[in-house]
Design a protein around this ligand. Structure first.
Ligand SMILES: Nc1nc2c(ncn2[C@@H]2O[C@H](COP(=O)(O)OP(=O)(O)OP(=O)(O)O)[C@@H](O)[C@H]2O)c(=O)[nH]1
Ligand SMILES: [Mg+2]
Length: 690
């Protein structure tokens, strides 16, 4: 692969709130580029992207889907991500492997929680972006209001680059402001007379925005009051690639209105891999930190951002090449695990299908089958002179259900199949409750977990049962306990065991985690044995003394100790640490913390009163209520424990017309009465087991 080839690569994710039209837009782009023979539609199940049966049935994207196509000398990879918060973690992992984002928002109700969450995720990664205001053909569509809402997004400098022709049911297409042409689904034409002034004003606003984003151009603009077409075009490219400008297009995706200009903008304005900042990586030979550019001649590095279970090809790993060029049938190294692997065929992904390619270079996104130990997030590299890119962080969920096989005989198959699903979706986690020994399936929300169980049945023909979700309570202290002794003294036969530590325990702010501070002076505990005290403390913190939940937001200071030159060893100090920690926590007014969720509930206005009452009944705090589109949106903070089966409650309160999403916000102390009940339950459970 050559540098000229790298310049032709584009990759981007479609991001936004559920139902705002990402998949419809992706289908329109693919069709406009000639990548699909007919226009796929979400509504009749003909979408190439939403290809899971569950997606066709629910008409929502449940996992990100990848499609690579060629268009006008470019190789473009589009990733359609799910808007529902239950599945957006997986979409965020994909963002880390791509060069740009296209934010899709609704012309009717503008920026919603899902738009905002994914926008923030793309901003954290510094991704250049375009925005597409979709649904211009719908009643109450309003571009100006939506632009206003976009300008409130963190770090966004929106500037409209298309002007709508007609409105609502009469929406025909758009004027591409910079080219000065009207673009309708049946072709291009002159700007309608009635829109001349609006188009000219839009061009002025683009020039102004471009000038403001560029120090060199602002001077000229202030002097001459305008910029040349070439300056505007160039300024727009550099403004977008540097993340300083957000060009906003508009249209109606299923009708292919406004979508052709978006395809042009993707090729013209979004960055090629070579336009992105270098990524730091750790050299595997030597130990230096490298800055890796998208150089096809450099050693191969890549990130695995997705794992797909394919019915025919088995498990596929999708990776994005950052540097170097890799051939099919070549040896590589998993830089994360140190395991050597052999790549078989390299494939470009086209929805549910794949086509072979001989090689892949910077910016290319390809799939390979059956790698031994490669997981989503891992870094791959060349066998020689390799480097390790920072792995992609995996967002995890907080809602756990106990899960077991419906039929006892299926147990092995259920858990091995679940293992594969978890490999495919790393935001799901299968673990064991240490207190009860039950298997727990942890995910982002109820729907996330239920869809996984549904897929288990469809893909592997086995049925699993879920039981009431577990709330991930935490323990902490609200007081201080000073100088609490932790002691182990044993004399059995010859050699004894001896270790004493004195611990002070104090609260830390919420979310601060767990800290151990070594304040031993004068060798009261020998240096080499202090880590053993810490180990004992950390292990004891896994199951707090109150109800067996992990202890968080606590600082443990080891301030003094005693040792014996013969009888002291690591084991003795570890036990002393653990004994001391438990005693200190019990003296420092231990309490329980519970997860609080940010919930956003959209309902018809006649249900608002009922919903608010219900939220208060769930110990929730309503924070705002505002009209959006045809519905009322209530934002509230509610304890997770009260929201476990909210989906069905909402359905009955609103006759099925409500929608909600929620995500973890923070931990708060559990009210005293409830705490007593949770502690009593935990103690009863423990008593039952022993
Ligand atoms: N009238 C109109 N309907 C649209 C438009 N875009 C999408 N739709 C419809 O809105 C619904 C949702 O569209 P999708 O493309 O599935 O939305 P999405 O953003 O992919 O949703 P998720 O996959 O859940 O995140 C479908 O019924 C589409 O036909 C539009 O521009 N105008
Ligand atoms: Mg979709």
């Amino acid at each position: 692969m050559t540098s000229e080839d790298v310049a032709t690569r584009r990759s981007f994710a479609l991001i936004g709130h559920a139902g705002d039209g990402k998949t419809s837009l992706a289908e329109a782009l693919l069709h406009a580029a000639g990548a699909t023979p007919s226009l796929g539609r979400v509504d009749d199940g003909s979408s190439t992207l939403d290809h899971w049966p569950e997606e066709k049935e629910r008409r929502h994207t449940l996992s990100s889907h990848v499609f690579t196509f060629e268009h006008r000398g470019h190789v473009v990879t589009l990733v359609d991500t799910p808007g529902d918060a239950n599945f957006s973690g997986e979409g965020q992992i994909c963002l880390a492997a791509l060069d740009a984002a296209v934010l899709v928002v609704s012309a009717v109700d503008g920026v919603k929680v899902g738009s905002d969450a994914m926008w923030r995720a793309s901003q954290r990664l510094g991704l250049p972006a375009l925005a597409f205001v979709n649904g211009m053909d719908r009643e109450r569509a309003d571009l100006e209001r939506t632009l206003e809402a976009l300008s409130k997004l963190d770090g966004a400098r929106p500037v409209a680059v298309t002007v709508p022709i007609g409105a609502e049911h009469g929406f025909e297409g758009v004027v591409d402001v910079l080219r000065g042409v009207a673009v309708r689904p049946d072709g291009e034409g002159p700007v309608p007379e009635a829109l001349r002034a609006a188009v000219s004003a839009a061009r002025d606003r683009i020039a102004e925005a471009v000038a403001e984003s560029d120090d060199a151009l602002i001077e000229k603009y202030l002097e001459e009051g305008t910029l040349s077409d070439a300056e505007v075009a160039q300024g727009l490219v550099s403004g977008v690639r540097a993340g300083r400008l957000l060009p906003v297009l508009c249209g109606a995706a299923p009708a292919s209105k406004g979508t052709a200009p978006l395809l042009d903008a993707i090729l013209a304005w979004l960055p090629s891999p070579a336009d992105r900042p270098a990524r730091s990586a750790r050299a595997l030979e030597g130990n230096g930190e490298l800055q890796l550019a998208a150089d096809p001649a450099a050693p191969f590095t890549a990130l695995v951002f997705k794992t797909v279970i394919d019915r025919y090809a088995g498990t596929l790993s999708l990776f994005r090449v950052w540097s170097g060029t890799v051939q099919h049938d070549s040896g590589i190294l998993n830089a994360t695990t140190g395991v050597r692997e052999r790549l078989g065929k390299l494939m470009r992904v086209r929805g549910a299908e794949h086509v072979d390619v001989a090689q892949a270079g910077p910016g290319d996104i390809v799939a390979v089958a059956k790698l031994k130990e490669v997981r989503t997030g891992h870094a791959l590299t060349a066998e020689k002179k390799g480097a390790r890119l920072a792995e992609i962080p995996i967002p995890t969920g907080a809602l756990s259900y106990a899960i077991r096989a419906r039929a006892k005989d299926d147990e092995d198959k259920v858990f091995s199949s679940l293992g594969r699903l978890v490999e495919e979706d790393p935001t799901l986690h299968l673990g064991r409750d240490p207190a009860t020994g039950e298997f727990l399936l942890t995910g982002i929300g109820e729907l996330h977990i239920r869809i996984a169980v549904g897929r288990l049945k469809r893909l592997y023909g086995v049925e699993a049962e879920l039981r009431t979700p577990k709330v991930p309570y935490r323990e902490t202290v609200i007081g201080r306990a000073e100088n609490v002794e932790g002691k182990l003294k044993k004399q059995t036969g010859g050699k004894g065991m001896f270790g004493v530590c004195y611990l002070t325990v104090e609260p830390l702010p919420r979310g601060a985690g767990f800290e151990f501070v070594d304040e031993i002076v004068g060798g009261a505990i020998p240096r080499n044995l202090i880590p053993a005290v810490e180990k004992g403390v950390v292990e004891a913190a896994v199951h707090g003394p109150l109800a067996g939940f992990p202890v968080v937001d606590v600082r443990v200071r080891c301030i003094d100790g005693k040792y014996h030159s013969v009888d002291s060893n690591e084991m003795a100090f570890k036990i002393a640490g653990s004994v001391g920690f438990k005693a200190a926590v019990e003296k420092a007014r231990p309490t329980l913390l519970e997860p609080i969720m940010n919930a956003e509930i959209a309902v018809p206005s006649e249900s608002v009163g009922d919903i608010m009452g219900d939220v208060s009944g769930r110990r929730g705090r309503v924070q705002s209520s505002e009209a959006r589109g045809g519905s009322q949106v209530i934002k509230a903070q509610v304890p997770m424990a009260e929201m476990l089966e909210y989906a069905s409650a909402l359905t009955s309160l609103t006759g099925g017309k409500g929608a909600f999403r929620m995500e973890f916000s923070h931990y708060e102390e559990v009210p005293a009465q409830l705490r007593e009940k949770i502690v009593a339950d935990a103690q009863a459970k423990r008593a039952q087991e022993t």
